[in-house]
Design a binder for this molecule. Sequence first.
Ligand code: NDP
Length: 287
Amino acid sequence: SKPPVTVLGLGAMGSALVEALLVAGYPTTVWNRTPDRAKPLVTKGAVHATNVSEAVAASRLVIVCLLDYKSVTDVLDTAGDALAGRVLVNLTNGTPAQARQVADRYDVDYLDGGIMAVPPMIGGPGAFLFYSGSRSAFDTNRPVLDVFGESQYVGTDSGLAALHDIGLLSGMYGMFVGVLHAFAFVGTEGVPATTFAPLLKRYIGGMLGFVDGAAEQIDKDDYTINVVSNIAMQSAGYVNLTQSTHDQGISPELLAPLGPLMARRVADGHGHEDLAGVIELLKKGKK
Ligand code: NDP
């Protein structure tokens, strides 16, 4: 028979986690600040605990998925002695520093997690989750964690899951920024977004090779490796991007910051190198 699991937090994500556990046959105890949210899960077989310490006492493995780290400490601080010796898996989104603070705050075997999926994807093939912290907690509870999606352990420092999580989100938001700007830009001349979308997807897909090329240059600290389009040329082109954005009457604020960074690399004598060298300016935090 499968070991019991407790889940604290039944928002959109917590509820999806519980449903996946129930489908997989894990006896699941649930708690939520607003008790009504437990009802649909109880119908599907979950046990509803009336307070946090009762919920925590029900299972050696306790999973918490709340809005933010403030809600995590608000809730776990009420657990009292019940937490001692438990495995705590925190799937709440937060910063690396917050993860390390929670790891230090409670007498638990701590595993932090980052969920790279939206609730409907939980338990499906597209979902994956980062974990960091206690290696033994990860290994011992791996079958349970694998219920949610593909589990990726990224290191014993509990902050590393959040680091990887936010790293991926950074790439995602960068892409969103470019897509929104592009739609706004062509929209100024009445090009429908749905007409432009297939071209945008094709071009962005073709540009994905940048990731590997930049990665090699960054790790080798050499931005002259395999330069296809040097930054002097790109910087000149970017001036046109910024200028035409103004001319078309839309705000350049989503894409504007890259222009001055490229210009500085060129001015500093790196014009023959690749765009990826801009990362040197970020690392130094130079103004
Ligand atoms: P919801 O807004 O749906 O749920 C928030 C949960 O937090 C509820 O259970 C709510 O309780 C609880 N909560 C908030 N504040 C407190 C508090 N002070 N004390 C006790 N409980 C509190 O969010 P999600 O379920 O979607 O997200 C949960 C976590 O999962 C977040 O950290 C989110 O970033 C992360 N995540 C979510 C994804 C998504 O697409 N939804 C994707 C990846 C990660 P109550 O019901 O009483 O309000």
